[in-house]
Ligand binder design. Structure first.
Ligand SMILES: [Zn+2]
Length: 163
């Protein structure tokens, strides 16, 4: 690693620690003594997302995040929760070494994640993403949620009020 200050080609690592998916290295130039930090990032395979009209584009975390914003508006879901959800989706593909996916697959993963976070956000996202064609499909989603709630009986059900 070349020193960014004097260009000397030899620097030594004085401290190294992993921080989530990045490894942080503190380096010192053996010539001028200046210190700087480098990050080693694990390269993820490029993931292509096929859309319903069979066009495709690279997976875009920011875009996915933005797509979720309406669903979580005024809901008790934090930015950290959303980041974790989006990271988790990206990591799932990376761990599988998967290079192609569909908007449907991503949408289903988002729904799985939202279901655990907030039921109102879940229904909002589902209504847009599943593009409810009729009342029946809407009722189906709601009854699936109620069935889930029954399964986790014992815990007091969180009240979902949306105003
Ligand atoms: Zn230097």
């Amino acid at each position: 690693m070349k020193c960014p200050f004097c260009g000397y080609p030899d620097t030594k690592v004085i401290d190294s620690r992993p921080s989530e998916s990045k490894k942080r290295r503190r380096r010192e130039c053996t010539n001028c003594g200046k210190r700087f930090t480098t990050y080693e990032v694990i390269e993820k395979p490029l993931l292509m997302v096929y859309k319903r009209d069979s066009s495709f584009e690279p997976f875009d975390k920011v875009k996915l995040f933005k797509g979720l914003q309406n669903a979580i508006k005024k809901r008790p879901v934090s930015v950290d929760d959303m980041n974790a959800l989006v990271d988790n989706i990206e990591n799932t593909f990376a761990n599988r070494m998967q290079t192609e996916t569909t908007t449907e697959e991503i949408g289903d993963m988002v729904l799985d994640g939202l279901k655990k976070l907030d039921h109102v956000a879940y229904v909002r996202f589902a209504s847009v993403y599943k593009d409810f064609a009729d009342v029946d499909s809407f009722i189906q989603i709601i009854s699936e949620l109620s069935a889930d709630k029954d399964k986790s009986a014992g815990k007091p059900a969180k009240k979902d009020e949306d105003k």
